[in-house]
Design a protein around this ligand. Structure first.
Ligand code: HEM
Length: 150
C-alpha cells in the first residue's frame, strides 16, 4: 500500500530530495564562510556584529533547518520506496555514514552560532576555513555513492 504510493511518486520524491539537498548544501557551505568573516573582520559588540548574528540566525533557521528536514523526509521516503535501496550493496552504507556526518556538521555549526551570539567564539578564521572542507568531502562521497553505486 504505502510501497505502491511511494513507487508512484518515486521521481517526484527524488526531484524534491535533490532540490532540498541544493538548499541545504548552499547553507552548509555559506555559514562557515560567514563565521570566517565574522571572526576576522568584525569587532565584538559592534553594529556589524549584530548584523552578522542576524544573517547567521536567518540562514540557519529560515533555510538550513527546513532544508535539512526536507532532505531527510524525502530521502527516507526514497529508502522506503520498493526496489530502490539494496542494503546488500556498499553504497547505501557509505551514503548513510556520510549523511550522518553532514547532519553532525549542521548541528556543530548551530552550536558555533550560539557561541557567537554569547560573544564567546573560540575558533580562528583558519579553523573555520578548515572545517569548511568537511561538507565538500562528504558531498563528493555522497554523490559518487548514489550515482556510481559501487
Ligand atoms: C539525509 C538523509 C538522506 C537520505 C535518507 C537519502 C537517501 C537517498 C535515496 C534512497 C536516494 C535514491 C537513490 C536512487 O534513486 O537510486 C537518494 C538520491 C539522491 N541523493 Fe540522497 N539521501 C539523503 C541525503 C542526501 C544528501 C545530503 C545528498 C547530497 C549532498 C544527497 C544526494 C542525492 C542525489 C544527488 C540523489 C539522486 C541520485 C540519482 O540520480 O539517482 N542525498 N537519496
Amino acid at each position: 500500500m504505502v510501497g505502491d504510493f511511494l513507487a508512484d511518486w518515486y521521481l517526484w520524491t527524488k526531484a524534491f530530495h535533490v532540490i532540498s539537498v541544493i538548499a541545504w548544501m548552499a547553507g552548509l557551505f555559506y555559514l562557515p564562510r560567514l563565521f570566517v568573516y565574522h571572526v576576522e573582520e568584525v569587532e565584538a559588540g559592534s553594529k556589524t556584529d549584530a548584523m552578522f548574528q542576524t544573517m547567521e540566525r536567518r540562514l540557519l533557521r529560515a533555510i538550513m533547518n527546513p532544508a535539512m528536514v526536507a532532505v531527510w523526509v524525502f530521502g527516507l521516503a526514497l529508502v522506503f520506496t520498493p526496489g530502490i535501496v539494496s542494503w546488500d550493496e556498499i553504497w547505501p552504507w557509505t551514503k548513510a555514514a556520510s549523511v550522518l556526518g553532514m547532519t553532525w556538521f549542521h548541528h556543530w555549526l548551530g552550536l558555533r552560532r550560539k557561541d557567537f551570539l554569547a560573544g564567546r567564539n573560540s575558533l580562528t578564521g583558519r579553523q573555520y576555513r578548515m572545517m569548511n572542507e568537511i561538507p565538500t568531502l562528504l558531498m563528493v562521497v555522497i554523490v559518487v555513492s548514489v550515482i556510481v553505486k559501487f
